[in-house]
Design a binder for this molecule. Structure first.
Ligand code: ADP
Ligand code: ZN
Length: 292
């Protein structure tokens, strides 16, 4: 049996399951301070004989195994979580293999092994929610360089009619600043979910998301792009994104995935809202395999 944690800014999902991605039991814990949240997480896993643990976490996090601060959440503004030694805390209670990565890298692995990218050796997983984040698997490996990628903060070209300044505290009008959920709400003064029938909202949303995707396609050339998160619940955006990505690429990437079958190339998660937790389970599987 394997343990999995999807550590999010609003909730922690904890599950036990199998290396086939089957979830046996799960709980959800509200994200308070670590002192409030972690004891509940530990109590859940103590009830199960887990052999390895996978953690897909909100970031930024330190995933460099040679670093002194490996396994920490680093510079988050969330009260109590800045410099929190997540892996060390879990490792002290559970002396088993632990694999730690971003929530989106985990989700990319989950979708590759059990979801929309099954049978492929690369995919990109993007969440458009409170922020924008992306994770990726290439040649079967989680994408990692100095640290994990931060693709949500790529620059985008402002629409000439858009006066919204962007909410990213670092860059203002980067992709996250212009297109994550809070940007939609800040620009239109209304909750995104209540704007479902306003077509101009989603055309502009797709305008920014397509620009980010074009950069990812040109730089990384993933075999599948999976888009999840709260904002992507507006299923009508997919078609708008497909068209705008084709327009921006303008035939330059002359592959059938882009020119003919883009609706099968940029897709919602096949695992739905379970992409993150199944991904964390696959991180646990990886931890177990690498310990042998
Ligand atoms: P988080 O990013 O915190 O993990 P979500 O992925 O649910 O959580 O993203 C929350 C954001 O998504 C909020 O800004 C919210 O307005 C937006 N959102 C949630 N549900 C919907 C929906 N059905 N339609 C449009 N936007 C939504
Ligand atoms: Zn930014």
């Amino acid at each position: 049996m394997l343990g999995a944690i999807e550590a999010g800014g609003t909730k922690f999902v904890c599950a036990v399951g199998t290396s086939d991605g089957e979830i046996i039991e799960r709980i959800q814990v509200e994200t308070g301070t670590p002192e409030e949240t972690i004891p509940k997480v530990i109590a859940f896993f103590k009830k199960h004989p887990i052999q390895a643990l996978g953690i897909g976490s909100f970031g930024p996090i330190d995933i460099d195994k040679t670093s002194e601060t490996y396994g920490n959440i680093t510079s988050t503004p969330k009260p109590g979580w800045g410099d929190y030694p997540f892996v060390r805390t879990m490792q002290e209670v559970f002396p088993i293999p632990i694999e730690f990565n971003t929530d989106v890298n985990g989700a990319a692995l989950g979708e590759l092994m059990h979801g929309a990218a099954q049978g492929l050796d690369s995919c990109l997983y993007i969440t458009v929610g409170t922020g924008i984040g992306a994770g990726a698997v290439f040649q079967g490996q989680l994408l990692q360089g100095m640290s994990h990628p931060e693709m949500g903060h790529v620059p985008v070209r402002r629409h000439p009619d858009d006066t919204y300044e962007g909410f990213c505290p670092y860059h203002g009008d980067c992709a996250e600043g212009m297109a994550a959920g809070p940007a939609i709400e800040g620009r239109w003064n209304e909750k995104a979910v209540n704007l479902a029938d306003q077509s101009e909202v989603w055309t502009l949303e797709a305008y920014y998301l397509a620009q980010a995707l074009v950069q990812y396609i040109l730089i990384l050339s993933p075999k599948k792009i999976i888009m999840g998160g709260g904002v992507m619940k507006q299923a009508q955006i997919f078609e708008l994104i497909h068209t705008q990505v084709q327009t921006l690429l303008n035939g330059y990437v002359a592959l059938p995935q882009i020119t003919a079958h883009i609706h099968e190339y940029i897709v919602p998660p096949a695992l739905g809202d379970n992409a993150g937790i199944v991904g964390a389970l696959m991180l646990a599987k990886k931890a177990l395999e690498e310990s042998h």
